[in-house]
Every structure is written in C-alpha cells, then in structure tokens.
Design a protein around this ligand. Structure first.
Ligand code: ADP
Length: 620
C-alpha cells in the first residue's frame, strides 16, 4: 500500500470516477492476456486507462489499487462491488498486493506497468524484481507492493488457500481467463508450475479458438468472395455497355453525372443535381431504378424496381435488350440491338418489297417498248431514214440492257428473300448444253469465237432444274464469249461422278472454259460479288450488269452445288460448278428446302444501281 496516501472521503462523484478508472484499467489488463502490448486493441485500452488514471490523480492525488482477501481496496479502503475478476487474476498471478499511480503519470509508465503484469514474476524476489523492472524503465510515477502472503512468507494464509466454501459457485460468472486461473490455482499448488500450466492452457485455448473461428468463417469468406465476384462482373458488364454514369442518393436524387449521362437525360448536371432523376425525363427514354435505394444493412435487399417512361418507349427498348445469364441464373452479360437497327430492318424489307414490285412493273412496259421499236426498225410501220434507224438501234440495245438488269435484280432479290424456287428433277446435261450452244451459237459466231459443247450423250443424268441450268450456263458461257477475243474458243464440258460411295451424294462437274484474257488473281475472290466487274474490256453490244455471276452462284447453291473459278491471265478462264447426280434415292426423296438467302446488302446496291442505271459504262 502507498503509505503516503491519506484516507479520503469518498464522494459519489469520486466513486464514479474511481469505478471508471478501475474499469478501464481492468479492460486493458484483460486485453494484455490475449494480445501483445503492441497490438492496436491493447494500445487503445491502455491509452484509455491512462486517460482515466491521469485525470483521477490530477484531481485527487495518488491512487492505490489493491486486493486483499478477495476484496478490492482503493487507497486502503474496501470498495464494494468494484472488484474486477481480471484485476484480481492479474494480482494473483503476479503476487502483487497493490499498485499505486502518482499525479502526472505518463502513458509510457502505465504501459510499463502492464508489461510488468505480462511478465508475471514468480520467484521469491517478486517485489524486488517488480521494483527493479519499473525503475529500470524509468517508470517513477507508478509503484508496486508485494502481496501480503508473499510478504509474510506464508502462503497458507493467503487468499488462495483461504477457505472459500463457495468458490465453485462464483465460477459461472467469471470471464474465461479468470475462471481458468482459478481452476489452475487450485489444481497446481506450486506457483512456478502454476504459471507454466496457466500459460500452456491459455496458449492452447487461444489456438483452439482461432482455429474454430477460422473454420466457422471459411464458408462465409467463400460466400463473400462469390458475391463480390458476381457484383464485380455485373458492374463490369454494365460499365462496359453504358457510356453515361449517374450517381443518386438514397431518394433517387441526382448527385453526380458525367457528360454522356447529361446528353442522355437532356440537361446539364447543374440543372438536374439535387432533383429526382425522373424529373423532366426524355419522352423516349426509359428509367429503371431499384425501389429502395438505401443500403440493405440487415435482411434481404428490396428487389423491387421502378420503371418509368412511355409504354411504347419501354416496349421498344425492352424488345431491343436482353439479359445474358449463366446456367445458375447469374447475370453475365447484356445483349442489345439499337432500336434504330430494328427500324432499319423494317425499312430494308420495305425497300426490297418495293424493288421487286417496281422491277416487275418495269418489265411489262419494257417489253412493249422493245417490240414497238423492233416493229419500227423492221419498217413494219413504214419507212424510216438510216439516221432514225441508227438511233432506234441504240435505243433498243439500251432497252435490252435495262431488261437484263431488271431481270437480274428480280432474280437476285427473290433469291435473297428465299423466294427463288428451283424445281429439281432428273435432267440430261447433253440436252441442256445443246440448248445453250444453239442459242448462244449465232452470237459467238458473230464474234468469231468458237463455241462447243463436249458432253457425251450417255453422260449420267443430274438432279437439276433444266431452265435454271440453262440460265447458269448462259451466264457463264455468255461471259466467256463476251470477254474472249476473236479467234478464241469457248468449251462447255463435264466430269462424271466418282465411283459412288455408300451414303455419299455423288456429284458431277460442269466446266465452262475460254481462251480469253483471264482474270487477275487478286480479283478472283470478289468475282462473285454483286455488281463486281473487273476492268476487262467489254464489247459495246453486250454491256453487263455485274450480277450474272452472283445469280449463277445463287442458282448453283440452290442446286446444292458449289461454284468456283480458275484463271490464268493471258491464257483463259475456267468456271466450274457441281451438280448432284440423279441417284434413285435422290429422285425418290428429293432434297431439303432451298439454300438460305445470302445477306441483305444487295438491296442497298440495287437501289444505288437503279439510281444510275445508265451511269458509268452504260449508254452506248
Ligand atoms: P457482267 O454482267 O458484268 O458480266 P458478271 O457477274 O457476269 O457480270 O461478271 C463479273 C465480272 O467478272 C465481269 O464484269 C468480268 O470483269 C469478269 N468475268 C466474268 N467472266 C469472265 C471471263 N470468262 N473472262 C474474263 N473475265 C470474266
């Protein structure tokens, strides 16, 4: 005990302050048994205890806290109900009777005192050791006194051995550490062993608790990682799609907005800030906002969503947007087609419809005009001058070209709309080729190009639409004749099917070769594209449309065949395509529906082309 401390009257106020000081000091002591002094939680508790003690000693002078016979003594006066178990355990462990704090005590000194408690001297010279411990560390404003039973050298008289008939009854109320200490104290009589056993038990307990906590929180940590992963992914998806960003408070009022969002909501941040996001919302917009924006602290989050916007706008935006989920139902992406694209598609369909109608309507008057011109040119309607005849011939060639273009465009738009039908049946190639050679013969002869069909009469039958086959061959052979200079040769030949393998659809090959100028290698990949024409000189009498090969390819594909080209510039070109051989199986079962139409870009091309039907290399 601090002999210099006079007994002071214990006012209610002082008692309260005392109790607070004791509580804080006890709390810090408790922490030192679980963590090192350097641990932030211990440091905080020690600082709090120092704050209390420093204030108390400043006001009331020295403060001596001690334990005697299981009672808490403050300045030698028993203080009922103030005995903290942690405190008592610490005093018991260190065999100290009391500690004193003096005015002006510093934090470092109190910390030193706690270190002393942690070191727990257990030799005979406890008191001397403790005194030395404090003075060596310059802690002058704290002091210690030995426990009375140590001082007396008679443990039997100490409180540890004092008869305590109901000590087990108290156990239930004790903190675990004190409880263990009480048990160890009674189980191990030797103080040196007792300390070791207590340390061992505490270390084990700490390790076990840590392992249990680790085990218990593992699942929670995994869940947290999954939730965080989902959240990050969803946020990344949204951030990856959305250009604008708006920050709202719990009531949906705008706090921040980036320029992209300003454009979307149609106003600068300074006008919108502080107001509800839905105020003055653009007519065609849609706003979807979580129903309850306050963070979900406890319980499940409110999943309700408020959707604002005209119903048509909502419909069109909804129709253009889709959420992408994984098999677990988690959102992993967003699929959106700008509503404009849907409109564009509609317009394209209208255009295509328009084109096929217009083309159709054009054909009839074209035929009439051509017939009338022919009648005038044949002088059936009376005499005309040579000059008039020349002009009418030019007119007729242009009418013919326009007719070809209209026919090609019609064919192509039909094919692309999937509306072109082929009537596949058993067809003899020799007949078809003869037909083509007969009809193109006079023109070839006129151009002094020899045209020959080299198909053996017994060539296997093919599964084809004879009219469409004539069209394919006319396009290919027509090109060959057109581009081959006088003296050249155009040949239509065939390759029979390979020996039929079981379950295989055997096919034959048809070739159209010429000895013309050939096609540059770099042009070959694009040769079948719509309106693609290579800069090869074309005879003035048969201007092409650039659609012939495109149509030929469409038709070959409708026959389930493939078309290709090989060309050696300066030597000639060979176009080849395959056709299915007419096997009994095919003839009885037929083949699936026509090939899927190719893209829709033709419509744009056609429109542009129609806008300048006589432009470029057009009128003669
Ligand atoms: P066009 O109506 O202009 O002939 P096509 O689609 O039939 O259109 O042919 C596209 C282009 O391919 C032609 O303009 C021509 O440049 C080239 N071509 C086609 N066949 C031959 C050929 N046998 N020899 C050389 N060039 C050819």
């Amino acid at each position: 005990m601090n002999p210099s401390a006079p007994a002071k009257a214990l006012t209610a106020e002082r008692r309260d302050e005392l109790l607070e000081s004791i509580k804080e000091t006890g709390r810090a002591l408790g922490r030192t048994t679980l963590y090192s002094i350097e641990h932030p939680s211990v440091q905080g508790a020690v600082a709090a205890a120092h704050g209390r003690i420093a204030a108390y000693t400043r006001k009331y002078g020295d403060l001596t806290l001690g334990v005697l016979d299981g009672q808490f003594l403050v300045d030698g006066i028993p203080l009922k109900g103030a005995l903290s178990d942690t405190f008592r355990a610490a005093f018991d462990r260190t065999h100290l009777e009391s500690v004193s704090f003096h005015p002006g005590v510093e934090l470092s000194e109190i910390e030193t005192l706690y270190r002393l408690f942690v070191h727990k001297p257990d030799t005979e010279s406890d008191y001397e050791w403790a005194k030395a411990f404090l003075s060596e560390r310059g802690a002058r404003r704290v002091s210690v006194n030995t426990t009375f039973y140590r001082r007396d050298g008679d443990e039997a008289k100490g409180p540890a051995e004092a008869p305590e008939e109901d000590w087990t009854r108290r156990l239930g109320d004790l903190p675990i550490e004190t409880l263990l200490f009480e048990i160890v104290k009674r189980a191990v009589p030797d103080p040196a062993d007792r300390k070791r056993v207590f340390d061992l038990v505490m270390a084990k307990l700490k390790a076990e608790i840590e392992a249990k906590v680790e085990e218990a929180t593992l699942g929670i940590r995994r869940e947290k990682e999954i939730v965080e992963g989902d959240k990050a992914r969803t946020e990344a998806v949204i951030a990856g799609v959305a250009g604008g960003e708006v920050v709202v408070d719990e009531n949906g009022k705008v706090l921040l907005m980036n320029p992209a969002a300003e454009r979307i909501v149609g106003g600068p941040l300074k006008e919108k800030a502080g107001g509800p996001l839905s105020a003055g919302f653009p007519e065609d917009g849609m706003l979807a906002l979580a129903g309850n924006l306050a963070p979900a602290v406890a319980g499940p989050a409110d999943a309700g969503v408020t959707v604002k916007g005209r119903s048509e706008a909502q419909e069109s935006l909804k129709a253009a947007t889709a959420v992408v989920r994984n098999p677990d139902g988690k959102v992993v992406g967003l699929l959106a087609v700008p509503p404009d694209a849907a409109k564009l598609k509609q317009v394209e369909e209208m255009k295509a419809d328009f084109i096929s109608k217009v083309s159709h309507e054009l054909r009839t008057p074209l035929v009439a005009v051509k017939q009338s011109i022919t009648l005038v040119l044949d002088r059936t309607a009376g005499a005309i001058s040579q000059k008039q005849a020349d002009l009418l011939s030019i007119a007729r060639r242009n009418i013919e070209r326009l007719t070809r273009l209209v026919n090609d465009v019609l064919d192509l738009s039909k094919a692309e709309a999937g509306a072109m039908r082929v009537s596949l049946r058993e067809t003899g190639l020799p007949e078809v080729v003869r037909d083509v050679v007969t009809s193109l013969g006079p023109w070839a002869e006129n151009r002094r190009v020899s045209l020959a069909g080299e198909v053996p009469e017994d060539f296997p039958k093919v599964f084809a639409d004879p009219d469409r086959l004539v069209q394919i061959l006319t396009n290919l052979a027509g090109n060959a004749i057109k581009f081959t200079p006088a003296g050249g040769r155009v040949t239509i030949s065939t390759v029979p099917p390979p020996a039929a393998g079981a379950g295989n659809r055997p096919s034959v090959k048809v070739l159209v070769s010429d000895t013309g100028p050939g096609i540059p290698k770099e042009e070959l990949p694009r040769i079948f594209d719509k309106f693609h024409q290579v800069g090869v000189k074309e005879p003035a009498d048969v201007k092409g449309t650039g659609l012939g090969l495109t149509i030929a390819r469409q038709l070959v594909e409708l026959h389930k065949g493939r078309i290709g080209v090989e060309s050696v510039p300066g030597q000639g070109t060979t176009f080849h395509f395959t056709l299915l051989a007419a096997t009994p199986e095919l003839l009885s079962q037929g083949i699936e529906t026509p090939a899927v139409p190719r893209g829709g870009r033709i419509r744009g091309w056609i429109l542009r082309s129609l806008a300048r039907p006589f432009g470029g290399k057009s009128a003669d």
